[in-house]
Design a protein around this ligand. Structure first.
Ligand code: PGA
Length: 256
């Protein structure tokens, strides 16, 4: 059984005090959330303080990025050891904004995923086609290249089982125009079948999320699909009530 999850990707939003206020207000929300894993990915600045605050809650912590070396002369980068020490569990790798604005390549994503597992973190590998690639009918080709390069250095079955892949079509991110749930389900199935070809039955354990303009009103259109195990959410995760509503919606949908 794959546990459903909702991940909040706050991107470059929320100061430290905003982040702390979010947690205080979120814990005051009526979140049943039964069975749904809840993860918050704040800025690096807020991670350490939130790791203390979250101890009293069932929220888990993720980072939005990391470097693939443990330590050294890499000015401005954050090491997986630093993340692990403060209780970070997940790390987003290969988000389209990192690929587009910061030149992150498929190979970089692969190195980050490998190091994340080696350091006891779980990578959330993001893949997704842009609008032009979609119109050219290249979605599967793009997803295949991104995914297979990112997982090529993962050799441990225990890691395969814990891997999380987020399908995030670039054209749907931050636009208010999500993918159609049926189309997202087709791509999710394609991702699972690529992993199945590589890893066999273990692919059934991998959690596959959808991301791109998810909100409390549409989240269950995605999570109701058997191959989609949750969502990676940007804008709609910035308000405690909205994040709580998404978690509750997924929880209710799963309970049927
Ligand atoms: P969005 O962002 O929900 O604001 O579209 C999703 C993401 O980038 O992960």
């Amino acid at each position: 059984m794959r546990q459903p999850m909702v991940i909040a990707n706050w991107k470059m939003n929320m100061t430290l005090s905003d982040s702390e206020e979010f947690v205080r207000r979120f814990t005051a929300e009526d979140v049943g959330g039964g069975g749904v894993e809840m993860v918050i990915c704040p800025s690096f600045i807020a991670l350490s303080a939130l790791s203390l605050l979250l101890k009293e809650t069932s929220l888990l912590l993720g980072a939005q990025n990391m470097y693939w070396e443990k330590a050294g002369a890499f000015t401005g980068e954050i090491s997986p050891l630093m993340l692990r020490e403060i209780g970070v569990r997940y790390v987003i790798t290969g988000h389209s904004e990192r690929r587009t604005y910061f030149g992150e390549t498929d190979e970089d994503v692969g190195k980050k995923a490998e190091t994340a597992f080696a350091m006891g973190l779980v990578p959330v590998i993001c893949v997704g086609e842009n609008g032009e690639e979609r119109r050219a009918g290249k979605t599967k080709e793009v997803i295949g290249r991104q995914l297979l390069t990112a997982v090529q250095a993962l050799h441990e079955e225990a890691d395969w089982r814990r891997l999380i892949v987020a399908y995030e079509p670039v054209w749907a991110i931050g636009t208010g125009v999500p993918a159609r749930a049926e189309d997202a389900a087709v791509v999710a199935a394609c991702i699972r079948s690529l992993l199945h070809e590589k890893w066999g039955e273990v692919a059934a354990a991998v959690r596959i999320l959808y991301g791109g303009s998810v909100n409390p009103d549409n989240i269950t259109e995605f999570t109701a699909r058997p191959g989609i195990d949750g969502a990676l959410v940007g804008n709609s995760s910035l308000k405690p009530a909205s994040f709580a509503a998404m978690v509750n919606a997924v929880s209710a949908e799963r309970r049927g």
